[in-house]
Design a protein around this ligand. Structure first.
Ligand code: ATP
Ligand code: MG
Length: 393
């Protein structure tokens, strides 16, 4: 992402002109070294937040207590964070307070993994005190410093290691993995929202299977809600995190809503998962034309992926919902020329649950081609199927 780099380098230049030091750090440097697409290019600087704000016309305080200021420059907004060390960790989560420091080395030292602790100067040269380049070369995830201490400070780092192993296909260095085994239980201290954010990224990793295996090898799986069976994930590869959650739900059996809720999925996310599972079960029990009216494109797509992935032995429609509907007598429920009021009038019966059922079977009949979407015909059909049946069961 060229614009983001341009913006970051412009910000660095401005800070340097004002007499400060600034570098690109973290994920952007790692991903550039790996030739992966970069999304956020974060800048770190020895300038204090107030000093950063004085250098630029437009800034937004997005995390000033952690030293982060968003700097708005024409190319793109850039997150600028003051060099800092984390204060005491007392609850295995967030540090009590952060301390701003003037040295880059100290800032890099508080970072989680060697691959994330590399800085890049404006001239492209790298600052790499912890062997990050070597580890990237060897494709290993290694804690900066004493792994057990680092995981005791912030237990989320263990799940980050797993998430990165899925995203990058890296292995976890032996001592780091052992430290995870020793500290796995501490993952229970972490807020569910933060766990979800890491799982969101794990599901769309290029090697989810590797990630789930690491989850088991590290014993983290024992202390996380839900069942994680690596074998279920062999070859799993999706772009949409919700497909991941839906597939995860599929391995949880009946209790899936509780498991997913515990990770604080939103109502909208829960609704998607529910429909994707229903669509998948519709495949299992024989997909009908009517199902094109029940599900949405993305849900069908998810279900189709799961069915193919599980090598379900049922014929699966390869067409999209739109394509399939185009071939059907009607494309939407609303195209039916008869409504509930008509049914009541024609039948002379009282309102009741039967109206909804009748509308549904009418839709079924029209969609399957048994019944034409034409008022007289439908009236006749209603009289045949409902009224006469009702009088003469
Ligand atoms: P992504 O590509 O997913 O954004 P990232 O490495 O940029 O990966 P972020 O969560 O954006 O990850 O964090 C930016 C940087 O901040 C990391 O590269 C790492 O240096 C540091 N960092 C983030 N979270 C932690 C943590 N829990 N402990 C220590 N350092 C962390
Ligand atoms: Mg990032």
């Amino acid at each position: 992402n060229n614009k983001e780099w341009q913006a970051a380098f412009f910000v660095i230049e401005q800070l340097e002109e004002a007499g400060f030091e600034a570098v690109v750090v973290g994920g952007a440097v790692r991903d550039a070294l790996l030739d992966r697409p970069v999304h956020d290019v974060d800048v770190a600087t020895n300038a204090l937040p107030e000093e950063v704000k004085a250098v630029f016309k437009r800034t937004v305080d997005i995390g000033i207590q952690h030293g982060t200021v968003l700097v708005i420059v024409p190319a793109a907004p850039v997150e600028v964070t003051t060099y800092r060390t984390d204060g005491e960790y007392t609850d295995h989560r967030r540090p009590e307070a952060v301390h701003f420091v003037r040295s880059l080395k100290e800032d890099l030292q508080r970072r989680d993994f060697t691959m994330n602790a590399i800085a890049m100067r404006r001239d492209g040269s790298l600052v790499d005190y912890y062997g990050g380049q070597q580890d990237i070369e060897a494709r290993v995830i290694r804690a900066v410093g004493e792994a057990q201490v680092r995981f005791a400070e912030d237990a989320l780092r263990m799940l980050r290691a797993v998430r990165f192993s899925a995203q990058l296909g890296f292995s976890i260095e032996e001592t780091t993995l052992q430290a995870m085994q020793a500290k796995a239980a501490d993952i229970a201290f972490i807020a569910k929202e933060r766990l979800k954010a890491e799982l969101d990224k794990l599901w769309v990793g290029k090697d989810v299977y590797n990630g789930i295996k690491k989850l088991q090898e590290s014993d983290l799986a024992v202390f996380l809600t839900g069942d994680f069976h690596a074998e279920n994930w062999r070859g799993f590869c999706v772009q949409n995190k919700l497909f991941g959650w839906a597939y995860f739900a599929l391995s949880q059996g009946e209790k899936w809503p509780d498991v997913l809720r515990s990770y604080r999925l939103s109502n909208k996310e829960m609704a998607f998962v529910k429909s994707a599972l229903a669509a998948f079960h519709a495949f299992e029990s024989g997909w009908t034309n009517l199902d094109y009216f029940t599900f949405r494109e993305e849900e069908l797509e998810a279900a189709r992926y799961f069915a193919e992935f599980r090598q379900l032995d049922v014929p699966m429609p390869q067409e999209s919902i739109q394509e399939a509907q185009a071939k059907l007598p009607i494309r939407q429920r609303q195209e039916i020329v008869v409504n509930g009021m008509d049914l009541l009038k024609w039948s002379g019966q009282k309102r009741g649950p039967w109206v909804k059922e009748a509308l549904q079977s009418m839709l079924e009949a029209v969609v399957s081609g048994e019944l034409q979407n034409e008022r007289q015909q439908i009236k006749h059909w209603i009289e045949q199927t409902y009224i006469h049946k009702g009088e003469n069961p």
